[in-house]
Design a protein around this ligand. Structure first.
Ligand code: SAH
Length: 360
């Protein structure tokens, strides 16, 4: 059982069932989330026998850092899960932000044509604890530099709304004052557009930022890029986004990956601007990051600049996301499912930093 998959109520119940004092649950939370201790033996405020009992009953941490790759302000962390699967998270450090990009699944079922994450299929959902631990362990890494995680984005591997319950549970732990304690405004979830999930999320009273991977100014182009576009039609999707805004008051972000000759013309820009008029929307342009075997091309900078200019002239706040971490395959869409061969390889280039203590 993973310790980080337990919320406070569940852990308190476990304490009761074990004949322990209920307040012990709060003490454990304090140690993990406030004092950021990730080793039972260092939780010295707790009696030794109790620590040993915890150690026998729970996995914590449940994953092991395999390696860190670094490029400019970007670090990619490779984790080995307790069943041997590998997942990645990315830390992007800028002047004012320390953003952790988390994965929500091992692989991805959606299989967007241009994204590396679904190329080798889907293996399993991450538990809420595995999602949360990515943040906790990166926070531990940052603590050595006296820094703190300031933003969390669900933009790593996987479709978060296809792992709805675990993702929402992890988010609740991220924002709970007894948990990681980050403001909901600092958490963003990016979805390919799963309408039921968007509706449910709007009812959760979570008020996190919602990001839709739009990537096309119309249904026809979207269907060429995103298999799920057949299932979830554009007007319904935009309506679900509007509803999310109505329910939460959070502005919406639309992501638009630009592919040369596919969705980057002036006509596309004008059509897109009509789609997003009066939608409380920000547009984020992402030039395509090449993936292995992909035949797409990223547009020239002048084309991207012109696209952005049109959008701004048409009244849509539009940013252009500069690519970071491309050479270590940490940029958008480049996180790929590592296969069994690289699982073996994982144990060879082990641990730049030894975070893991308990084998699973
Ligand atoms: N499943 C979620 C999270 C995916 S990753 C979603 O679809 O939103 C976050 C963003 O990276 C998405 O907008 C995704 O479409 C984009 N992306 C995927 N592959 C890319 C690539 N090769 N180049 C640039 N962006 C890419």
């Amino acid at each position: 059982m993973e310790l980080c998959s337990q919320n406070l109520e569940e852990l308190s119940l476990w304490m009761e069932q074990q004949g322990e004092k209920k307040f012990r649950a709060k003490q454990v939370f304090q140690a993990i989330y406030h004092n950021r201790i990730s080793d039972f033996s260092l939780m010295t405020s707790l009696p030794l026998s109790f620590r040993e009992k915890l150690q026998k009953s729970f996995l914590f941490p449940s994953m092991q850092l395999v390696k860190i790759q670094e490029e400019d302000e970007t670090k990619k962390f490779l984790w080995k899960l307790c069943d041997g699967y590998l997942v990645e998270s990315v830390l992007i450090q800028s002047e004012e932000r320390r953003t952790v990009c988390v994965s929500s699944q091992v692989g991805c079922k959606v299989s967007c044509a241009f994204c590396a994450s679904g190329k080798k299929g889907w293996k399993r959902n991450l538990s809420s604890g595995e999602i949360l631990e990515q943040v906790l362990l990166i926070q531990k890494f940052l603590s050595t530099e006296n820094e703190s995680v300031s933003q969390i984005v669900f933009m790593g591997m996987g479709e978060p709304l296809e792992n709805y319950d675990n993702v929402v549970k992890a988010i609740r732990m991220m924002i709970s004052p007894e948990g990681f304690g980050l403001s909901a405004r600092r958490i963003s979830l990016s979805t390919v557009g799963v309408i039921e999930g968007i509706h449910r999320l709007g009812q959760e009273n979570l008020k996190i930022n919602l990001v839709l991977s739009l990537h096309a100014p119309n249904q026809e182009i979207r269907q060429k890029l995103i298999p799920y576009a057949y299932k979830y039609l554009l007007p319904d999707l935009l309506e679900a986004m509007d509803q999310y805004f109505q329910n939460t008051g959070r502005d919406l972000t639309y992501e638009y990956v630009l592919f040369e000759g596919v969705n980057d013309s002036e006509k596309d820009a004008y059509q897109l601007s009509r789609l997003l008029q009066k939608k409380h929307a920000c547009l984020n342009l992402i030039p395509y990051n090449p993936i292995e075997g992909g035949s797409w091309r990223r547009p020239k900078n002048e084309i991207i600049e012109r696209f952005q200019q049109i959008m701004i002239e048409e009244g849509i706040p539009t940013t252009w996301r500069y690519t970071k971490g491309k050479d270590i395959s940490a940029a958008c869409g480049q996180l790929a499912l590592q296969d069994l061969a690289s699982r073996d390889l994982a144990s060879r280039d082990l641990a730049l930093q030894d975070i893991e203590k308990k084998p699973c």
